[in-house]
Design a binder for this molecule. Structure first.
Ligand SMILES: Cc1cc2nc3c(=O)[nH]c(=O)nc-3n(C[C@H](O)[C@H](O)[C@H](O)COP(=O)(O)OP(=O)(O)OC[C@H]3O[C@@H](n4cnc5c(N)ncnc54)[C@H](O)[C@@H]3O)c2cc1C
Length: 380
């Protein structure tokens, strides 16, 4: 299924594809095996100005639209979902500062993020909060010109590798959800530390680590928006932008799994015929192709439609991430025992796709919040 792209979108897609095919695809398997942070990939994406994709030109970005952002991530994820995940986390920060930052914050941080001189990441979840944002415990108390931040964050993508973090913190416990705020915290802030990267099942290059704040001194001008606006800002970043990025990772993985499966079905010969001659394999391929087309159509139309609402973004992420799990499962089946071995990329696609249903808004949280919205209840 083909979609019309305008000149700018085509240019962005072509630029990313070139970088991805030349620089990122050849080392994707190695990145997964070693779990090393793909610093070189990030440098190449930055050199192609892609880190500034969502940032206005006045701050050094290329000011592309949301659809171009989706196309960029989809292309990166086709080769290396870990790099795509790091890219989405980075964009979370620039998008947050764009939505809620003061002029001073925009001038200070956006040019560095646009050029990739500083890497961004977000720290929302905590060991005890799970996926429920209102359950966070990390506290910030104002002392003169600084907030003192105390607490920890769980499994942050690019944790310890990134330079600038958007961190969700409680500033007034008595106010519940209205007492939660968002801060820009720099890596060199006194009292900031990161843990060792988790040994994960997939998305191995994304270096997920815990963050620790012990009387961490954060200048009061690093508060994003006003005190108590943390969840509002988080919702705006996630629902207007980041759910689309996360979905594009799942779409990119699914597309690569299908491509590899078609190739394998034609090349693998059993009983002197390619396995693709068997109807059982054709059915799997047909189901994968139809589901991917539906996922792409849903994601692209939501990303381009001006009337898309926050609820639509949640629906897209739920749909596309679950399809990626299904599609990569079928791809593994087509590859048989060979696909279960690390000589083929299929097992990596399968592991990476699985992570996207756990990352940030889990499948259950998405279902709960979509259902609650539809029956008129407050979101989790
Ligand atoms: C690859 C990856 C990257 C990540 N990157 C980041 C990052 O950059 N920044 C960050 O802040 N966090 C990040 N996380 C953490 C992630 O957001 C959390 O893992 C996620 O929110 C789930 O929290 P939990 O692991 O504590 O699970 P839990 O909250 O303990 O949930 C366990 C299970 O119970 C379900 N569940 C929990 N509460 C409810 C409920 N009320 N209703 C229905 N079901 C419920 C969950 O859906 C899940 O199935 C990342 C995680 C992964 C896997």
């Amino acid at each position: 299924m083909k979609f019309d792209l305008n000149e700018n979108q085509l240019l962005v897609q072509k630029t990313v594809r070139q970088v991805v095919q030349k620089e990122i695809a050849p080392i994707a398997s190695e990145t997964d095996k070693t779990g090393s942070f793909p610093q070189e990939n990030l440098k190449k994406l930055a050199a192609a100005d892609l880190f500034g994709i969502n940032i206005p030109t006045q701050f050094g970005g290329i000011d592309a639209d949301r659809f171009s952002f989706v196309l960029t991530i989809e292309e990166i994820a086709r080769a290396c979902a870990s790099t795509a995940l790091i890219f989405v986390a980075h964009s979370f920060v620039s998008q947050g500062i764009l939505i809620a930052g003061t002029d001073k914050q925009k001038k200070k941080f956006l040019p560095l993020l646009a050029k990739g001189e500083k890497l961004g990441a977000f720290a929302v979840h905590e060991p005890n909060s799970g996926c429920i944002h209102t359950a966070i415990e990390t506290r910030a108390t104002l002392e003169g010109d600084y907030y003192l931040v105390n607490g920890s964050k769980f499994m942050v993508t690019s944790g310890g590798k990134a330079d600038i973090y958007l961190v969700l913190v409680v500033t007034d416990k008595t106010k519940g959800a209205d007492g939660i705020s968002m801060f820009i915290i720099e890596k060199d802030a006194p009292g900031f530390e990161s843990g060792n990267p988790y040994n994960k099942m997939g998305l191995n290059g994304a270096s997920n680590s815990d963050l620790f704040f012990q009387d961490c001194r954060v200048p009061k001008q690093n508060l994003l928006g006003k005190e108590g606006e943390g969840l509002k800002i988080l919702g705006a970043i996630v629902q207007s932008f980041i759910m689309f990025g996360a979905s594009a990772i799942s779409l990119g993985i699914s597309e690569s799994a299908l491509e590899a499966s078609i190739k394998y079905a034609k090349e693998r010969v059993v009983l002197k015929i390619p396995i693709g001659s068997n109807q059982a394999i054709q059915f799997l391929i047909a189901e994968m192709a139809v589901k991917i087309d539906a996922a792409r159509a849903f994601l692209y139309s939501a990303a381009t439609n001006k009337n898309t609402e926050g609820l639509d973004a949640l629906k897209v992420k739920l749909f596309v991430s679950e399809i990626a799990v299904d599609v990569t499962d079928k791809a593994l089946q087509i590859h048989g025992g060979h696909g279960y071995c690390k000589d083929f990329p299929i097992e990596r696609y399968y592991r990476d796709a699985r992570g996207l249903t756990l990352h940030f808004n889990t499948t259950e949280l998405l279902k709960a919040n979509i259902g609650k919205t539809l029956v008129g209840l407050q979101l989790l």
